[in-house]
Write a protein that binds this ligand. Structure first.
Ligand code: FES
Length: 104
């Protein structure tokens, strides 16, 4: 496992989500209040970037822009169809105003 620096905390404003390529892994990094969440950026239904969807801060979900499956930012599980498989989730660490994720 390696700790990868993703960005500065200022690069993802509160209430927004951005996509980052970390080697072979592409993550959607979401910022809600004091928390950052990192999940796989590819929908498990079709090859669509989840980071282009809507961030649902109240339910801590990211909605796929194509068919509307809502993925939990905490577990990666889709809470609505048509997607049925979870996306990967990554542990996020904040250090010295930078965001890091743990990649296997
Ligand atoms: S492509 Fe994401 S729900 Fe269909």
């Amino acid at each position: 496992m390696t700790l990868e620096r993703v960005c500065s905390i200022q690069d993802v404003p509160d209430g927004e989500v951005r996509s980052f390529d970390l080697g072979s892994v592409r993550v959607a990094l979401a910022h809600i209040g004091d928390a950052f969440y990192a999940i796989g950026d590819q929908c498990t239904h079709q090859d669509v970037s989840l980071s282009e969807g809507e961030l649902l801060a109240g339910s801590c979900e990211l909605e796929c822009p194509k068919h509307g499956s809502c993925f939990s930012l905490e577990t990666g599980v889709p809470n609505s169809l048509p997607a049925t498989k979870a996306v990967p989730t990554y542990v996020v660490r904040i250090d010295d105003a930078a965001v890091y994720v743990e990649i296997d």
